[in-house]
Design a protein around this ligand. Structure first.
Ligand SMILES: [Zn+2]
Ligand SMILES: [Zn+2]
Length: 210
């Protein structure tokens, strides 16, 4: 908190008259709590770094592809870890309370799971640093993709249909339907390599219990 209550006292301490902008800021900040001033500084920094010289579209696209691949690979193994016996029974079961998921189920999880899977999304940004706008885009895409794979509808007009090996709602619906052993994540490339792809075939074919 500023140790002066009047413009005159501040100017005496300063040894000169304040400009109109300084006086305006002084009148505002002298009675504003420090935590609110600090919060405003964060907003100003976020806005500055978001709008500061923007990266090229090619750079943004290339980084987003890298983030998706890294997150999908790490997310698969973290998710597989969440399906180990003790972790599933004590943590991941919360997310699987929705046997037929809908959009909101994407965020329905134990706090530890949110931490672990959040790490998979964050680590790519640390590995390949990006502009703030790319960071916002990445987390927006992650949020939208999370809702899409939990929405329960295999939407034919979804742009994700253009992505090769994209598992989408069909795979994740299957994953929630059976839970337990089978693992499918956003892209089923890993699942394919680690044989869980067979689970989906069973689901759409014989519906053999996992
Ligand atoms: Zn899920
Ligand atoms: Zn799961």
């Amino acid at each position: 908190m500023i140790p002066f209550t009047t413009v005159e006292a501040a100017e005496t301490s300063l040894g000169r008259a304040m400009t109109w902008a300084e006086a305006l800021w002084f009148r505002y900040s002298r009675s504003t709590p420090d935590y609110w001033l600090c919060f405003q500084s964060f907003l100003i920094l976020f806005a500055t770094y978001t709008l500061a010289p923007l990266p090229s579209a090619g750079e943004v696209a290339a980084q987003l592809v890298v983030y998706m691949l890294m997150e999908d690979y790490l997310g698969y193994w973290f998710h597989r870890f969440l399906h180990s016996e003790w972790i599933y029974d004590n943590i991941h079961y919360v997310h699987h309370e929705f046997r037929a998921p809908m959009g909101f189920a994407a965020a329905h999880a134990h706090w530890f799971e949110s931490l672990v899977l959040g790490f998979a999304a964050f680590i790519s940004i640390f590995a390949v640093p990006c502009h703030m706008i790319t960071c916002w885009l990445w987390f927006a895409i992650r949020g939208i993709a999370g809702v899409e794979i939990h929405c329960g509808f295999n939407l034919p007009f979804s742009p994700t249909k253009l992505i090769p090996f994209y598992g989408g709602a069909e795979f994740h619906d299957y994953h929630h339907h059976y839970g337990g052993k089978w693992n499918t994540v956003t892209w089923h490339r890993c699942s394919h390599f680690v044989t869980t792809y067979m689970g989906r075939i069973a689901f759409t074919g014989t519906k053999t219990q996992a």
